[in-house]
Design a binder for this molecule. Structure first.
Ligand code: IPD
Ligand code: CA
Ligand code: CA
Length: 272
């Protein structure tokens, strides 16, 4: 498996997606906005065209690989590698003209979902963060330092409120965290949050209720700076937690946060 080639393709694909999304941003008043599952689940031509641009790069460079994309669904491959794509993560921010959205492209082994390469581009910030398994996380040509274990009261934590059933417990989760940590943030892009952790813009991330395309690339970025990643039942080394409930934090802080956050949800609600 040529991990450098996978990373180069991930970079090209994320660039193509970012360019398509930014092109639509410049004429955002012409976008037709649709609600998918409900008022909190938006989509527009920008998401679809960005995913088409990403898929075109993948088809040209890695025709035998599978692709799972949020807007285009799953296409099986025969190479043992699958690409996991979110063309715009943080669509609500994107459509409101807020900068916190990202393009997320990851390559993983089909067998066991081992993450191989990943790129998270934050086009409005002019930042691209990337990693390949075992090679560290890089942003702007600079290798990102290993996370240092922060103590709980000096932790800035980025949050997501989760699926409908999890949202009902968001108040208890906030109550558990706010008095004990430095502060909480809610940016609106899970991929962006994990890239922020990998580049020192936040100390920990709790983003429950995700799908693979929201977090695959970001989880690799976090793991490659030494973050522990898992859900409320335990760690998921080398991959994302199958439940989609993603807790990422430095070693030494992860278990403390897991216990604190788990106490806010009824048993079986998050982490399964
Ligand atoms: C969403 C974002 C958001 C998270 C949602 C995701 P989308 O992705 O990652 O932070 O709270 O669960 O669905 O819909 O903007 O691609
Ligand atoms: Ca998403
Ligand atoms: Ca999306």
């Amino acid at each position: 498996m040529d991990l450098d080639d996978l990373l180069a393709v991930a970079r090209l694909a994320a660039d193509a997606g970012a360019e398509a999304a930014m092109r639509w941003r410049r004429r955002a008043d012409q976008l037709t906005i649709e609600e998918k599952a409900g008022p909190d689940d938006l989509v527009s031509q920008a998401d679809r065209e960005a995913e088409q641009a990403i898929r075109a790069v993948l088809a040209a460079r890695r025709p035998d690989d599978g692709v799972l994309g949020e807007e285009g669904g799953n296409a099986a491959g025969r190479s043992g590698v699958r690409w996991i794509v979110d063309p715009i993560d943080g669509t609500t921010n994107y459509l409101y003209g807020r900068p916190d959205w990202a393009v997320s492209v990851a390559a993983a082994r089909v067998d066991g979902d081992e993450l191989l390469a990943g790129v998270v581009a934050e086009p409005e910030l002019g930042r691209v963060t990337e990693a390949r398994r075992g090679g560290g996380t890089w942003s702007g040509g600079v290798r990102q330092p290993e996370l240092r274990g922060a103590d709980l009261q000096r932790t800035l934590i980025e949050l997501n409120l989760g699926r409908a059933a999890q949202k009902a417990h968001a108040g208890r989760m906030i109550d558990a965290l706010v008095p004990r940590v430095r502060d909480v943030r809610r940016g609106g892009s899970a991929a962006g949050a994990l890239a922020q952790l990998a580049t020192g813009r936040v100390d920990a991330v709790w983003v429950p209720g995700l799908r693979p395309w929201d977090c695959a690339a970001g989880v690799l970025l976090a793991q490659e700076v030494g973050a522990q990643v898992g859900d409320l039942t335990g760690r998921s080394p080398g991959t994302w937690p199958a439940s989609g409930d993603v807790l990422a934090a430095p070693h030494g802080l992860w278990e403390t946060l897991r216990e604190l956050i788990a106490g806010a949800y009824p048993e079986g609600m998050a982490g399964h």
